[in-house]
Design a binder for this molecule. Structure first.
Ligand code: IVH
Length: 676
């Protein structure tokens, strides 16, 4: 018989070895063994754990990937709020900050620590008894989202810390996607025709907030720890600089550029050096954080409402250039919106050639007084889509032309309208080819039918070849047709058709969202799916029925009714049904309503909740068999009271209806929601 004790010992040894190499590779960027050797160690460890699952521990390096997707992120209270930073845009502003601090401290000199302000998202990592137990986003500073599973996929975050670490403590840092990873991710997305991430921060935030942690695991995310949140049970060094060294010794990744300065002009020199070198950094940074080094002085200076007095973000200047605005082009979006963009004389700004820039709408163009032919200032913030800041008025010749949205659609020639209260102009023709293409792109996108492998480029190719004129045509493609497209190999044709086939079973809410009904986003789609159980029921719903759902107003109700009235849309739904796309809720979703935990209970929400939007509350209540209504009556079981409640609270009190605060309401939902 196998000696179980020996197996356990070997597993522990392997973990220690793998952790050591992870640290060398991910935190120190200096591997000691080859990738192949590392893979071999991981393979051995996985095998032993597979044979002896009783020895799997949550901090094992094998547990970084592949936890089952979570439904939604739970809220996490931050015991100490995560503050933001005030900005300084010039040396004068930095010096003014320094002077204020000096005055408050009674003219005592103090050391400063400078750190790159990495552009990513702030997280708080809590360790208890040596293990990473919670990883949370900053959220509003007081409450964030629990994204532990996803953060565990980041190799430079230690899952456990050495024994000498305090029993309970929290570190804070910035999760980011290095420039190379960002570029690669966008290149892949472009190839697949998926929407590009506008900048590394968005890409990092999007990656870390994936409900399925295996998606986060595929993104090359990294972290720099920049401070300590709170500590219990141990004294820690008394300067920020020493704390960072100490955190490094515990296995945390610290930015190697961190610099200790003894005076404000040294900080200024550091800033100047970084302005020069930051384009070469492997990550995006938009400034330099300056912190007082002594923790005692930090405490003495204290915090204002949202920002500390002991630190400031000294921004790097934006990367700008000037060029000529040659023309303003227009894309027609899925809902018919006319999206203007700038066509620029190509110009090099911070090492990147820019030929296009975002222009948001006509109002924005007029507000900035941008005219065709103007010399304009363009700005690139990191890898963000470039923007036009302003025209250079001194270089106007009088030949420039004011831009107006056309009165006819540039694609189909139909009439353009600008609905009251909206900023966007729209094409009125539902059959506009440009809209049709955009609708197909939306249909296949993530969050909608999520047809992997059918990206924007492929949609365009299918559309232009006449193979997909509407979304339902996708389900009628043959292998020959797909193979006939340019650059389509055998294997990819197979993958495309396979992905399309698989999408036939998407949940009803996704199908509703994918149809692209004006104003019906993911949340409303979820709510509608929960209330109507099938596309047919939804299509039959009249204004009144739709309006009886508390969060649906006349604008959305009108749009839904109008959508299902259109012959073209009816035809598409018929085609989807015939192709075998599921247009009802899954059987498993249909537990007998009277058996659901909140059956027979009626809820009314008043005020704003922190963790849910109104449609989410309604969807959750409904999913558990309860009813959400808008009026408080004697029949109401509970009134859920959020911040700034309305008159419904008084009415509940008058009628003696029970009230729940947000925490109690969450508890009620959680008690009745299976953790599996
Ligand atoms: S210190 C109270 N250090 O900047 C101290 N923040 O505007 C606040 N950030 O939310 C944080 N790099 O996401 C600090 N080296 C650094 C940072 C940094 C990036 C971000 C962080 C924070 C935001 C503050």
């Amino acid at each position: 018989m196998e000696d179980v004790g020996k197996v356990k010992q070997r597993i522990e040894e392997l973990r220690e070895i793998v952790n050591h190499h992870n640290y060398c590779y991910y935190a120190l960027d200096s591997p000691e063994i080859s990738d192949a050797e590392y893979d071999g160690l991981m393979r051995d460890l996985r095998q032993l754990e597979a044979d002896h699952p009783e020895f799997i521990t949550p901090d094992s390096p094998t547990q970084r990937v592949g936890a089952p997707p979570v439904e939604a992120f739970a809220a996490v209270e931050h015991p100490e709020p995560l503050l933001s930073l005030a900005n300084a845009f010039s040396y004068e502003e930095l010096a003014a900050w320094h002077k204020r601090a000096t005055n408050l401290l009674g003219e005592r000199g103090f050391d400063l620590v400078c750190e790159p302000k990495v552009d990513g998202l702030a997280v708080a990592l809590t360790y208890v008894d040596g293990l990473l137990v919670t990883g949370a986003t900053r959220g509003d500073g007081y409450r964030g989202e629990n994204i532990t599973q996803n953060l565990k996929t980041i190799r430079s975050i230690p899952l456990s810390v050495p024994k000498e670490a305090p029993p309970r403590f929290e570190v804070r840092g910035e999760v980011f996607l290095p420039k190379a990873g960002f570029r690669k991710l966008n290149e892949e997305r472009a190839k697949e025709g998926l929407a590009l991430f506008a900048n590394p921060r968005n890409a990092a935030a999007g990656s870390v907030r994936q409900l399925d942690s295996s998606i986060s695991a595929k993104r090359p995310l990294d972290i720099f720890i920049y401070g300590l949140g709170w500590v219990e049970g141990k004294t820690v060094p008394d300067t920020h600089w020493e704390i960072m060294l100490w955190l490094k010794s515990l296995g945390f990744k610290i930015n190697p550029s961190i610099t200790l300065c003894h005076a404000i002009d040294e900080a200024e020199e550091c800033h100047q050096r970084w302005v020069e070198s930051r384009e070469d950094w492997p990550y995006e940074a938009d400034g330099m954080v300056v912190k007082t080094n002594s923790i005692a002085l930090q405490q003495e200076l204290g915090n204002m409402a949202h920002e500390p007095r002991w630190a400031i973000a000294y921004k790097f200047p934006a990367i700008q250039g000037t060029t000529r605005l040659l023309d303003i082009g227009i894309n027609v979006g899925r809902t018919g919106s006319l999206n203007p963009y700038a066509v620029l004389e190509p110009v090099r700004v911070g090492g990147v050639v820019i030929g296009r820039a975002a222009l948001h709408n006509e109002e924005d163009i007029h507000r900035k007084d941008i005219r065709i032919g103007d010399v304009v200032v363009v700005q690139r913030a990191g890898e963000v889509i470039p923007e036009i800041v302003s025209p250079v008025l001194g270089r106007r010749t009088g030949e420039e032309k004011v831009f107006y949205m056309p009165s006819r659609c540039p694609v189909c020639g139909s009439e353009i309208i600008k609905p009251e209260g909206e900023t966007m102009h729209r094409c009125t023709n539902a059959a506009c080819p440009s809209q049709a293409l955009e609708r197909i792109k939306h249909f296949v996108s993530r969050g909608a039918m999520d047809i992997d492998g059918v990206g924007e480029k492929l949609c365009q190719a299918l559309f232009e070849a006449g193979l997909a004129r509407d979304v339902a045509d996708l389900y009628y493609l043959s292998r020959e047709q797909v193979l006939g497209l340019e650059k389509m190999a055998d294997k990819s044709a197979y993958n495309v058709l396979d992905a399309i086939e698989k999408s036939k079973n998407r949940p009803l809410a996704r199908v509703i969202f994918a149809l692209g009904i004006l104003h019906v986003g993911e949340e409303y789609a979820e709510l509608l799916a929960g209330n109507f159980s099938s596309i047919d029921n939804l299509a039959k719903a009249n204004q009144e029925e739709l309006l009886s759902l508390p969060s649906i107003g006349p604008k959305i109700a009108d749009s839904i009714v109008a959508f299902f009235r259109q012959e073209g849309n009816k035809r598409i739904i018929g085609k989807l049904r015939k192709a075998g796309v599921r247009l009802e809720r899954e059987k498993a979703e249909e537990v007998k309503p009277e058996e659901l935990p909140l059956a027979g209970l009626e809820f009314v929400l008043t005020g704003k909740l922190e963790s849910f939007t109104r449609p989410e509350v309604e969807a959750r209540v409904k999913a558990l068999g309860g009813k959400a209504s808008s009026d408080v009556t004697r029949k109401t079981s509970y009134v859920v009271v959020g911040a700034d409640p309305g008159s419904k609270l008084a009415k509940a009190q008058k009628l003696g209806v029970k009230t729940l605060n947000e925490k109690e309401f969450l508890q009620l939902l959680d008690q009745n929601t299976s953790p599996f």
